[in-house]
Design a protein around this ligand. Structure first.
Ligand code: DGT
Ligand code: CA
Ligand code: CA
Length: 580
């Protein structure tokens, strides 16, 4: 198995966790956390960099020592240092650290003084009351440990894809909004940042004076709640029938902005903001921004997020950018991107019809798209190799081109572009002859089989496809399926660069289990002057809705309207689609 950047980040994070429990030097611990973040934020795989003989120490926060460790992980898939620490400190401790409210200090005490090294042991000790005897552990901690463990068990392992989380979040938010007591409702956390998967939902509400009890009743009484894990005055947690955990916090109106910043995260972003505040003698917490100490402590901001950012001389930073990947520097220099919105989108460039594996005709898809306010769609059915999806051969495609021509005569003020989602064969040639491809408005090229070729071969395969002058868009470039299939093993930077040089557009496929390209690659394309098509790959009318998830990911990739070709008028679009 090739080592991905995410694997390296995971290893470094575990090292940091375990070192922290061991009571290692704070700087050392932080170095591993920083390294994990740096590696995860790279568009290129560390493996590629090594293969190119590049100096890993040029990455921020990576010195000789860490560079050596990255090399070891890439070569062996493991880090001997971690194996060693694991022998000394049981891996169950990492899991214990993930429970809210249990930092390294507490875990260290639990392990050092009571010998507890797993969630099971922890639960037993909490039930028997043993943990409450430890210094710094009161009845409250004991209760919260039990609740957390129970919640974990009820929701099971794993994260929810953003679209699936949205299915459960939306009706709950509606339910809360309808309450007369509740004033404002926001789902914060990773959900608000538009991450492709979320661990749990973090909802913040403000309410009328004296109605917190009623708000909690309304929350825990929601029809989809399977179990109430905890209920307090300001915070309650429930598990929905789907297994999704939802935390609800009632916050004061004066703190709403500060709480939003805090609970939207990400944690590294928060920490960086708080540090800027410290440099100005400001204390930034979930309750507000405060100046002065003791009796003279004064709240200087907190009602809105804008206020909080302004207190450290920054403009509002959109939630999708809050990953501590350069957004704070950009904000400081007035260089935040003007992120693309759903309203900017004028068409969809990847739509299937019943001619291959879609459920509707081109006309039906066109009408649904027009209803959404679009000006155009491109019909891109599968090509012949994909027999399971009833792919088209040249004759069938010829016929479809004719049908679409006639359809366009009938559609007033809306255009259907002709296209194909053509298979990239194992050798990098395309599944249909150039003669028919050149008849089309656009050609979307895609890998649909032979996912496990070795990196060199797989990369060459795609590069060769990009060399075909008829290819306009590279479809779901990494072919990953979130939680199901890893990305293909390729030199992504080489592929993206080649595409940009040739004027090939990269697709951000908006299917909830694809979201491919991911945020980091989108940013790479933008930074290198390339263009993206955000496309839904719709097989049904309702799939056109997926555009909103594509846009969330595009925003996480720092994309502006100008970076996304389907924000263009048809005329402009045709210009961009012309190959260099
Ligand atoms: P998730 O749920 O795993 O998808 O990710 P998040 O980002 O929603 O994380 P979660 O639910 O654990 O916490 C929500 C936010 O609360 C998180 O993004 C940042 C903030 N937060 C949580 N714990 C801490 C902390 O120890 N320090 C700081 N500064 N912020 C925290
Ligand atoms: Ca969360
Ligand atoms: Ca949470």
């Amino acid at each position: 198995m090739p080592v991905h950047n995410a694997d390296i980040a995971e290893i470094f994070t575990e090292v940091a966790d375990l070192l922290e429990i061991e009571g290692a030097n704070q700087f050392r611990v932080r170095a591993y956390r920083e390294a994990a973040r740096t590696i995860e934020g790279q568009s290129r795989s560390a493996r590629e960099m090594m293969e190119n003989g590049e100096d890993l120490t040029r990455l921020s926060g990576i010195g000789e020592d860490l560079a050596g460790k990255i090399e070891e992980i890439v070569k062996t898939g493991k880090l001997s240092q971690l194996e060693e620490i694991r022998r000394e400190t049981p891996p169950g401790l990492s899991e214990m650290m993930e429970l809210a409210g249990l930092g390294p200090k507490k875990v260290k005490a639990l392990y050092g003084e009571l010998g507890i090294s797993s969630l099971e042991e922890l639960e037993k000790a909490a039930r028997s009351g043993k943990v409450a005897e430890l210094e710094g552990f009161g009845e409250k901690t004991r209760q919260s440990i039990l609740e957390e463990i129970e919640a974990r068990r009820a929701r099971g392992p794993g994260r929810f894809k953003l679209a699936r989380a949205a299915e459960f979040a939306s009706p709950l938010v509606e339910h809360l909004r309808k309450s007369r007591e509740i004033k404002e409702v926001t789902v914060a956390g990773s959900y608000r940042r538009g991450k492709e998967t979320v661990g749990d939902l973090d909802i913040l509400v403000t309410c009328k004076r004296g109605s917190r009890e009623k708000v909690m009743d309304r929350f825990t009484g929601f029809e989809d709640v399977e179990k109430t894990v905890s209920r307090g005055k300001t915070k309650s947690s429930v598990i929905l029938r789907s297994g999704l955990q939802v935390d609800l916090r009632v916050v004061a109106q004066v703190s709403y902005g500060a709480a939003l910043v805090y609970f939207t995260g990400s944690k590294p972003h928060n920490i960086a903001i708080r540090k800027i505040g410290q440099g100005r003698n400001l204390k930034i917490s979930e309750y507000g921004v405060f100046k002065g100490k003791g009796d003279s402590e004064k709240r200087v901001a907190g009602k809105t997020e804008k206020e909080v950012y302004r207190s450290v001389d920054l403009p509002f930073i959109p939630p999708e950018l809050r990953e501590h990947r350069g957004e704070i520097e950009a904000a400081r220099e007035g260089k935040l991107p003007d992120l693309v919105t759903l309203d900017d989108i004028r068409g969809d460039l990847h739509v299937h019809t019943e001619e291959s594996d879609g459920d509707y005709t081109a006309r039906e898809m066109a009408e649904a798209a027009r209803e959404r306010g679009y000006e155009y769609i491109a019909v891109t059915d599968h090509s012949r190799r994909l027999t399971v999806a009833a792919g088209l051969d040249p004759g069938q495609l010829e016929k479809q081109i004719e049908v679409i021509g006639k359809l366009n005569e009938k559609l007033d003020g809306f255009s259907v572009l002709t296209g194909i989602e053509v298979d990239i064969m194992e050798d990098g040639t395309l599944d249909l002859p150039d003669g028919i491809l050149k008849e089309l408005d656009l050609v979307v090229a895609a890998v649909h089989y032979k996912f496990d070729l070795p990196a060199g071969k797989q990369t060459d395969r795609i590069l060769r496809a990009l060399d075909n002058p008829h290819v306009s868009i590279l479809d779901h470039p990494t072919t990953r399926l979130i939680g199901k299939r890893p990305p293909i093993d390729v030199n992504m930077e080489k592929i993206l660069t080649a595409a940009i040089e040739r004027g090939v557009v990269l697709e951000l496929n908006a299917q909830p289990d694809r979201l491919d390209l991911n945020d980091v690659y989108c940013k790479f394309v933008r930074d290198h002057g390339g263009r993206i098509a955000v496309s839904t790959d719709s097989h049904r009318l309702s799939d056109l809705e997926f555009m909103r998830f594509g846009i969330r990911q595009a925003r996480r990739g720092w994309l502006e309207a100008d970076d996304v070709i389907n924000t263009r008028s048809l005329k402009q679009l045709r210009k961009v689609l012309r190959r260099k």
